[in-house]
Design a protein around this ligand. Sequence first.
Ligand code: HBI
Length: 356
Amino acid sequence: MNQRLEVLLVSTPVGPLGSGLGGGVELTVLNLAIVLRQRGHKVTIAAPETSQLESFSIVEIPGELQTLAQTQNRHDPVILPDNSVLTNLWNYAQQVADQYDIILNFAYDWLPLFLTPFFKGKLIHLVSMGSLSDVMDQAVHQAIQQCPGSIAFHTHSQAETFGLKEGYFCLSNAIDLSQYQFCAEPKNQLAWVGRISPEKGLEDAVAASQKTGIPLMIMGKIQDEAYWQTIVQNYSDAPIQYLGFLSTEKLQEQVRQCRALVMTHRWIEAFGNVAIEALACGVPVISYSRGGPTEIIRDSVTGWLVEPDNINELVQAIQKLDQIDRFVCRQQAETEYSLDALGDRIEHWLFQVISS
Ligand code: HBI
């Protein structure tokens, strides 16, 4: 039953698409828009004004951007600025709702979750982070309870942070594999990719680089300058290089030349896009056994899962890298994380919602 659906994607209110403020969600919106259009569905995107997304036309909505949820405290009340773009986005969605079969929300915010039952079964949500606040936890539980099937996460470990073991759709994620080139013969160096911020635990990867003497290529936006300076001072003799915040093309050019990607996150990663980007280049992933990466990495086959926050185990895993077949890493990306695999998963969810 492959009917042609009219789908409205409502983006995150923290920044215009293309600004990078929306982090991983920007790539997720783009990839889902691409696969839905490829499969013949009509895709419309509503997002904060000045948003841009490749060839997609966007309904630009004005208003004040929303505070980043991860900068707030767990017990904080909902904050809505005057002339909030979040409120304006959902005012718009409500006005045009009858023109769509499905309205898919990407905002990690209370308002759209609360509105779920008011949209007569059309409104569904892809939750983009783990549990961060009581108000969001409660809104997610209420949406599932009132509208079963209306919530998707990227991984089961992400869902578990909300205390959920069932009653949701697990979408995983995907990347455009044609942008990532396989590399069989790497240099003797390691990669670390991510926002440079305390919850990403960069210092552990730097410590492992210092212990093994293997150079560490660091890529990503410096979000916390003081945190970065502390690392540089505390590990002044570690063989590290900061390569900046790179485009996908430049990022994969660097990562593919590495023996492994090292993931040292302190918090529960909802998914771990950088892990599938590495696998797509044939690069094994060594990660703390915490959150999304535990559902991506096949331990001892496409990488190693080590005891969280244990630098010695990182070092031991680095010393076992020759046991990993880099081609198998690429194969896993092709089987599970291609845009085509994502297309199957998103259609499965949408048709499930339509038929219920
Ligand atoms: N914070 N309030 C709020 N709303 C979002 O949609 C949001 C956010 N913080 C981060 C974020 N989205 C995305 O960058 C991550 O989900 C990837």
